[in-house]
Design a protein around this ligand. Structure first.
Ligand SMILES: *Cc1c(COP(=O)(O)O)cnc(C)c1O
Length: 429
């Protein structure tokens, strides 16, 4: 596989951009080698600057549920661009997107648009602290909630891939307010809330963890979170930045029937443009400025281009049968991958919820960050690089989710299964 173009660009990028990338997860540090610089993408396909093509399961880390450059989304953005890209004044499309979110996501009564998932979570945490008058927050090991100061404690995603336990630059007094627990351990949650539940402003969780690879909640885990927070007077925040519009139109809260106080959204809601959102019960959201005193603002929030992409995406997502289709496609893919590892005698675990999935190279059941870390990272490294050579692009880390989109064809999936088998054979040697 030719890589000269990417290598040249990466050298140039490193001179002017820290590590050569604008987000650490793109840097291929966990798998070695040079990140692939993209030239163009269409549907389920990416092409790099060297002319190599890949079937894409990264989907820009989750947003692209309709694949790259979907004609309807592109058209909506183009029409808006000609009318202006930003006004700093309200437009009707903001109401349209808010209405769609409120109708789709069961617990959300009011919603505020921001520009990223990070911003959504930071704002929701501030609101939780403001509304409860408490300071402590509870999160789970291996969950990632963006790079806000309070949340970079035992976080997943890039920190897990790069092995960064705690991030320098976070004020110790603030980090001390963040309590962490193992994912899926309901008993530990109960103990913590028995001890200090009355000091807790909120508990934040990825209702299906997606940033240490996919780790579904055990039956009853999310219910426990709802019960203990409610009885302690703490807020339950679902970080549905990945799962929102991904596992169901109404997100994981619809799938598992849980009613959180606040919900954070991102990724799919922007249809491939930068959008985040946080929403929840009216009595809480009305405490956000200007109706309340918890301040939060944004020059480009509710940006017209992003609203156009978001509105179009959510409209398209309401087609009946769409989530069943995604579920079926992803099951076929995972079944093929499972057969491959069985045939080759490679110990591996598969976790999947709807169209988000992970394969972990371990013989242990993967239920939390401890078990995630038992996976064979060296084998993954070889597998990743062999798979890239075969024309399949997955996240360059053993601790990330894969995403199937509506536009992945049966042929894409078949080719992926075959490519994966060849890559596994090579990686095993
Ligand atoms: C991606 C992600 C974020 C951060 O969103 P950005 O848009 O990258 O700031 C927060 N929470 C979860 C669960 C995510 O997956």
């Amino acid at each position: 596989m030719k890589r000269n173009g990417s290598e040249r660009l990466f050298l140039r990028a490193q001179k002017f951009i820290p590590g050569g990338v604008n987000s650490p997860v793109r840097a291929f540090k966990a798998v070695g080698g040079t990140p692939v610089f993209i030239q163009i993408a269409d549907g389920s396909w990416l092409m790099d600057v060297d002319g190599n093509t890949f079937i894409d399961y990264v989907a820009s880390w989750g947003p692209l549920i309709f694949g790259h450059a979907h004609p309807q989304i592109i058209e909506a953005v183009q029409i808006q661009a000609e009318r202006g890209t930003s006004y700093g004044a309200p437009i009707e499309a903001e109401i349209g997107l808010a209405e769609k979110v409120v109708y789709a996501v069961p617990s959300i009564e009011k919603v505020r648009m921001v520009n990223s998932g990070t911003e959504a979570v930071m704002s929701a945490i501030r609101l939780a602290r403001g509304a409860t008058g408490r300071e402590k927050i509870v999160k789970f090991e291996g969950c990632y909630h963006g790079h806000g100061d309070s949340l970079l404690v035992k976080a997943g995603s890039g920190l897990a891939s790069l092995g960064i336990p705690d991030c320098p630059g976070i004020v110790a007094d603030l980090a001390a307010k963040t309590l962490t627990l193992p994912y899926n351990d309901a008993e530990k949650v109960r103990q913590l809330f028995d001890r200090e539940g009355k000091e807790v402003a909120c508990l934040i969780v990825e209702p299906v963890a997606g940033n240490m690879g996919v780790v579904p909640p055990k039956p009853g885990f999310l219910q426990t979170l709802r019960e203990v927070t409610r009885s302690a007077g703490a807020l339950l925040i679902f970080d549905e930045v990945i799962t929102g519009f991904r596992v169901a139109l109404g997100g994981a809260q619809e799938l598992y029937g849980i009613d959180p106080d606040l919900t954070c959204l991102g990724k799919i809601i922007g249809g491939g443009l930068p959008v985040g959102a946080y929403g929840g019960k009216s009595h809480l959201m009305d405490q956000v400025s200007p109706s309340g005193s918890v301040y939060q603002a944004g020059t480009l929030s509710g940006n017209p281009l992003a609203m156009a992409a978001g509105n179009t995406t959510l409209d398209m997502l309401s087609q009946p049968g769409l989530y069943d289709l995604l579920d079926r496609k992803t099951e076929i893919l995972c079944e093929g991958l499972r057969n491959n590892v069985q045939e080759l005698g490679i110990p591996a675990q598969f976790n999947r919820v709807g169209s988000m999935f992970s394969m972990f190279f371990t013989d242990r059941e993967v239920i939390d960050f401890e078990s995630v870390k038992t996976s064979d990272t060296e084998l993954f490294k070889r597998y990743f690089n062999a798979l890239l050579e075969e024309g399949v692009y997955i996240a360059p880390s053993p601790f990330e989710a894969g995403f199937v989109s509506v536009v992945h064809t049966d042929q894409d999936i078949e080719r992926t299964i075959e490519a994966s088998k060849r890559a596994l054979k090579k990686a095993k040697e």
